[in-house]
Design a protein around this ligand. Sequence first.
Ligand SMILES: [Zn+2]
Ligand SMILES: [Zn+2]
Length: 375
Amino acid sequence: MNDLNDVLYSHCIYPDTGIQWDLLYAVIAHVNEDFVCPICLFPPVAPRFTPCGHIMCADCFHLLLYKEESPKCPICLESLLSYESIRAIICYHDKSPVRFVKVVRNNSYCILNPNNQFSNTLRKSSDPYHRLNRFSICDEKFVSDIISQESDAILTQKCIYSEEVCNEKQECLNRVLKEVQNETNTPDSSVFFLFNESESDQSSTFFVPEDGRLIFIDPLSLKMLESEYGNINRYPNTFEAPVISSSSITIDDSNRHFRPEFAHLPSGAEVQVSFLDLSKVVSNRVLNSYKNQISSRTKANIKKPPPKKRIITKKDFQTFLPLAPEPVIDLRNEVSFPSLNPNESSKNKPEDSFPSLTNSVSKTKKAPGWGNIKI
Ligand SMILES: [Zn+2]
Ligand SMILES: [Zn+2]
């Protein structure tokens, strides 16, 4: 267990500490509402991360491993010879408003705490705020909840697929159900990491989504909040706002240095910086004073409709046809219209195009007067 505490200590101090996959019980994945398993094309049941990092149902993963001689991930075609997979906890997101929570981070650590709920331990996974941080400590309640949810989901699947038609599927579901129900890996809930708040007085206060997504508030939305509330200490502890538009930023040393809200994130992490609809958070006075910037941002986000297909009308023919040059077709041109009769072809060959190497011939055989035939 000292290993785990050492690893967590490193993660709490250095955001770029590498992940030790064998210490992970589950990984949270944020996906769109239409996310499906790449094999059965339904929302994944008892989802698992494959060794290549893709998500599929536990039974679909088993089906691949047992059916195929050399199983490959259907998305990236990576070989799936390893039986190892990590449990995925999927969070589906639609376009509904994002709930932001005000967090405080002591500048010596990578740990976020809700403004009004300080804790000097790394949160347990059953804590409602455990998603604010990159890691939480897996506890018994969290594990038992997951096992009962997965067992229920697998039993429902077993009812959907009839045994006669989908024998293989049923076999895989049975195998997964047995595995899930026989899990003996009960976590030691006494493990936690204690850090010392007094090591640094400096802290940063900012907002992050309560669900753990990496969405940050853009400068214009922050200005509006500042105009409404003044000091960040007077902002509400939580608020909900729909996202109007977003841009992506990849975390590196420079943006970690200049933006304190990024300092706890690992290099290479993709974050969204979002312009928010704050109409339910700030007053009309503030909305009015920023109305030009709001409307230009909102307009920029409205997708232009695709250009209409141009239909050629009778009027177009009447207008444009007289302007087009009359086509000129030269039927006697041997290059464009070669003769079928070889003798005829050589006789009518234009001298200018293929001049004779002997002067006498070229002088005597003058090309006939080629005329343009107008049709
Ligand atoms: Zn599936
Ligand atoms: Zn893959």
